[in-house]
Structures are given as structure tokens and as C-alpha cells.
Design a protein around this ligand. Structure first.
Ligand SMILES: [Zn+2]
Length: 82
């Protein structure tokens, strides 16, 4: 489960364990004041976990390639106007 870092005006920074599907905290669990979510250290974990990163990158480029193919197919339909 990822750790998110928040900053409370009164309590300072604190960490909260949350599932990715959970929406970010808006109120401090200690004082109930407004909190701001900081860029978490999970970013570093992403870069370190090269296996996950590479897999993600591949699937993204694959999707983009598929998208290109799709648009070229639809644009070739307009070539009938020639
Ligand atoms: Zn607080």
C-alpha cells in the first residue's frame, strides 16, 4: 500500500497509508484542519522499481502504437476522395 505524505498547517507533515483507489485526505486526522498532499516518495519507488516501470512504459507505447494504427486506418478511408 502506498504511503502518501501530507502537510497540515498546524501539525506539520505526516504520512498516511492509503490504497490507490482511495481519494486523498482533505482534513487532518489529528486536528481536522485542511491538509495538502505532497509529492510522495512513491515517485522514487517507481523509478527504482525498473521492472514495473519498464512494463508500464511498454504497455503505454503499445497503446500509442495501436492508436496510431487506428487513426491511419480511419484516415485511409478519406483517401477514397482522391
Ligand atoms: Zn493537523
Amino acid at each position: 500500500m502506498p504511503t502518501y505524505e501530507y502537510r497540515c498547517e498546524r501539525c506539520g507533515t505526516f504520512e498516511a497509508f492509503q490504497a490507490i483507489t482511495e481519494s486523498p485526505l482533505k482534513a487532518c486526522p489529528t486536528c481536522g484542519g485542511p491538509v495538502e498532499r505532497l509529492i510522495s516518495r512513491n515517485v522514487n519507488i517507481l523509478f527504482k522499481g525498473s521492472g514495473f516501470h519498464v512494463t508500464d512504459y511498454r504497455s503505454k507505447s503499445y497503446k500509442e502504437a495501436a492508436k496510431k494504427e487506428e487513426s491511419s486506418v480511419s484516415s485511409s478511408g478519406s483517401s477514397l476522395d482522391d
